[in-house]
Design a protein around this ligand. Structure first.
Ligand code: GH3
Ligand code: MG
Ligand code: MG
Ligand code: MG
Length: 322
């Protein structure tokens, strides 16, 4: 027993009124939705307005014949669509070969025998159903793959970008600096005395704080800036089109906002509330890796100078070509 098909959207293109009505009746009796056109261009306009699953088209019609209609459909339908085209040709007319080559899926000869037509429409319906299922599966696979792609680049704890995304995002930056003169600053942020916090309040509380601080930093950044989880309690912000001085103002704002969260620190920590320190370096014409090393050195200095502060890279130590 052949599988049942869902109702199809059918267009009948036929200039002969009697045959058009006959085809229309057979299609409707099989439970499908049928629109009728008296020539190819009318059928084409209908298909464009509301795509059909099946087009039953006469060969010879005024304005646009069945062959031209087939060509139009195969040229302009998106590749993932399947519009099943059935050509209606004269019994001894061998031109159906040309029609099949132009994109028709099958042909039926005149005079049309109703039983044969019904069986062919049912068979076409099965093909359309398989195509619909394939398309639905394909869309689901594409969605899954997009989700997997996104998940692989997202830090599962804080939901900000991870090192893999960072690596991909950093790759084109050197070229943009040297070729187009764009400028970027990298700001490496680190939570102060975070080990003491974890030791005092436990890892779960520490995880919550990491999320809160990530959200706080993110909120203060501009929409074109990038924020990445760089290491355990370290975040890296990439700040496009900012001078070191602008970046310092921005990161001081971030630092202040984290301090204003007033998260009580461990009693053995030298600070009353949780804070962050940051080191900033500018990506000049040199390698991204060097820029991150300079940002790290600046962060180290911020730590050494008492923490809860933002330090800029030491420009004097950079060779003039960078
Ligand atoms: P400093 O001010 O010098 O940065 O001191 P610190 O204690 O923050 O630095 P240290 O490198 O000694 O310790 C970092 C701590 O961050 C160690 C670990 O307890 C904590 N940490 C790192 N990753 C995670 C995480 O994913 N979750 C939690 N809860 N804690 C983390
Ligand atoms: Mg005709
Ligand atoms: Mg650290
Ligand atoms: Mg730390």
């Amino acid at each position: 027993m052949a599988r049942k098909t869902e109702p199809l959207q059918v267009i009948v293109a036929e200039d002969d009124v009697d045959l058009r009505e006959l085809l229309h009746r057979v299609v409707c009796d099989l439970g499908h939705c049928c629109r009728t056109a008296s020539d190819g261009s009318e059928a084409w306009a209908m298909h464009r307005a509301n795509p059909a699953d099946l087009i039953i088209s006469d060969w010879q019609m005024p304005h646009m014949d069945g062959l031209q209609l087939c060509q139009k459909i195969s040229e302009t339908d998106p590749p993932q669509w399947h519009t099943h085209v059935m050509l209606v040709t004269g019994r001894n007319d061998k031109r159906f070969v040309e029609g099949l080559r132009a994109g028709a899926d099958e042909y039926i000869t005149k005079p049309v025998e109703i039983e044969e037509l019904e069986a062919r429409i049912e068979a076409a319906g099965r093909v359309v159903m398989v195509q619909r299922e394939l398309q639905a599966n394909n869309s689901a696979l594409q969605l899954d793959s997009a989700r997997d792609h996104q998940a692989a680049r997202t830090d599962p704890l804080t939901a900000i970008s991870n090192r893999l995304r960072l690596k991909e995002d950093l790759a084109p930056l050197e070229g943009r600096v040297s070729r187009y003169g764009h400028r970027y600053c990298a700001a490496l942020c680190d939570i102060d005395w975070f080990k003491a916090y974890n030791d005092s309040f436990g890892h779960v509380a520490g995880d919550e704080v990491l999320c809160l601080i990530a959200r706080t930093i993110q909120k203060q950044l501009r929409s074109g800036d990038g924020l990445y989880r760089y290491g355990g309690e370290e975040f890296l912000a990439i700040l496009p089109e900012q001078s070191l001085e602008d970046a310092k103002i921005g990161m001081d704002r971030v630092r202040t906002e984290v301090e204003k969260l007033s998260i009580r620190h461990a009693s053995n920590a030298p600070q009353r509330v949780l804070t962050i320190s940051a080191g900033i370096a500018e990506l000049g014409g040199g390698a991204v890796g060097d820029c991150l090393l300079r940002a790290d050195a600046a962060l180290y200095r911020a730590k050494a100078l008492g923490r809860n502060r933002v330090e800029l890279e030491d420009r004097a130590s950079i060779p003039p070509n960078l």
